[in-house]
Design a protein around this ligand. Structure first.
Ligand SMILES: O=C(O)[C@H](O)[C@@H](O)[C@H](O)[C@H](O)COP(=O)(O)O
Length: 237
């Protein structure tokens, strides 16, 4: 039976440090168990802060980075190397500094890739690449309660394939690729990460059972962790 735990820490810096430590431990444990770890990264500011923190953690040297598979929960459908791509931000924050196996790094397609600007084809291509289960899937939480590129009241919420193209995203850019909610729910652990007063209402609503918030549906098979700072957690009752 899946369990949900809420961890609240004082502020965004301490949250990034907490998540970074947990992430390193999670990868070390997964590798101790199976030799590999399969991790889904998220975009957004707090995620970048977490990755920058991992870079400076001595314990990260305990990880065999050549045996880590990295995936993305969603991507802004922009040309390769665009500074707004979640992939570019993750590479700059951490990945470029790691001895990763390039064959195990699985960014979502770019809009100048093999499928050009056909987001549906690009999403379908990623679906053929994805290998589940994921040990861990991390999600930032938007001000409106979105996770990955699954926005409230958006038709993408009813998609049941592995991935989906998103058009008319309320958060720019308008075209994105995302894992669907059923795919997110296949992960062994899901971590929802949010900091700051802009997230108070969305986090409060989702944790208090408002099912109109996509974040309320993001659960892992074994564990779901909400990793929050005090500001984001302020309306959780
Ligand atoms: O495009 C993105 O940025 C992500 O797809 C999005 O899901 C993000 O993780 C949240 O919006 C939280 O982002 P912040 O941490 O920057 O608020």
């Amino acid at each position: 039976m899946s369990k949900t735990l809420v961890v609240v820490v004082p502020d965004a810096d301490i949250l990034a440090a907490t998540v970074a430590s947990r992430l390193v431990a999670k990868i070390v444990d997964a590798q101790a168990e199976r030799g590999t770890a399969s991790i889904v990264l998220t975009g957004g500011r707090i995620a970048a802060k977490v990755l920058r923190t991992v870079k400076d953690l001595p314990a990260a040297k305990a990880i065999d980075w050549s045996r880590v598979d990295l995936w993305w929960g969603d991507e802004r459908f922009l040309p390769a190397g665009d500074p707004d791509r979640n992939e570019t931000q993750a590479r700059e924050a951490l990945l470029d500094a790691l001895p990763l196996d390039p064959a195990r790094v699985h960014p979502m397609p770019a809009s100048d890739g093999l499928d050009g600007d056909d987001a549906e084809a690009a999403a379908a291509r990623y679906a053929t690449e994805v290998r589940m289960p994921f040990d861990l899937l991390m999600l930032g939480v938007g001000e409106d309660g979105h996770v990955a590129s699954l926005f409230p009241e958006h038709p993408v919420l009813s998609e049941t394939g592995t991935t989906a193209a998103v058009h008319n995203s309320p958060k720019p850019p308008p075209t994105r690729i995302t894992l669907t909610m059923p795919t997110i729910q296949e992960a062994d652990e899901v971590w929802l990460i949010a900091a700051g007063p802009d997230k108070t209402d969305a986090v409060g609503a989702a944790l208090n059972g408002d099912k109109s918030k996509p974040a309320a549906h993001a659960t892992g098979q074994s564990r779901t962790y909400w990793l929050l700072d005090e500001a984001a957690a302020a309306k959780r009752y």
